[in-house]
Design a protein around this ligand. Structure first.
Ligand code: RTP
Ligand code: MG
Length: 140
């Protein structure tokens, strides 16, 4: 297994409820290391750009509203198999389908306000990391 990096976000529904620490604890306990982190209040334009792949989807407006409604913690996670491991610890998109112990099972409010984001493949991880971070901000 290779050491990988993935992009992760703690979404506004979670920062608003002071769940940043609890979510990072769950990620760290799964063997992921936070190698870059910052708190941002993204603009609508930044949210639209980040989620451009979803722009034709019916939930796009709601997603942009929610992601620009408060602070988000954007971070880079590193570890063995980090992309798949992060997706596993996040749980299913819809919290009613998320497995016991996953972040979304524990904390998500709904399919839209589901507390975390994680890249789904190496290409999207690289693209999403570079959307928010320069190489010098990542300290492995
Ligand atoms: P993510 O990209 O955020 O890690 O989550 P994901 O792969 O599990 O979900 P994806 O299908 O990529 O959707 C991106 C985000 O859009 C919101 N969403 N809302 N109302 C809805 O039906 C709906 N479907 C998706 C969620 O916030 C989801 O994480
Ligand atoms: Mg996705």
């Amino acid at each position: 297994m290779a050491v990988e990096r993935t992009f992760s976000m703690i979404k506004p529904d979670a920062t608003r409820r002071n769940l940043t620490g609890a979510i990072i604890k769950t990620l760290e306990e799964a063997g992921l290391t936070v190698v870059a982190s910052k708190r941002v209040w993204m603009s609508r334009r930044e949210a639209e750009g980040f989620y451009a792949v979803h722009k034709e989807r019916p939930f796009f407006g709601e997603l942009v509203d929610s992601m620009s409604s408060g602070p988000t913690v954007v971070q880079v996670l590193q570890g063995e198999n980090a992309i798949a491991k992060n997706r596993e610890v996040m749980g299913a998109t819809n919290p009613t389908e998320a497995a016991e112990g996953t972040i979304r099972k524990q904390f998500a409010l709904s399919i839209g306000e589901n507390s975390v984001h994680g890249s789904d493949a190496p290409e999207t991880a690289a693209q999403e990391i570079s959307y928010w971070f320069s190489e010098t901000e990542i300290v492995g």
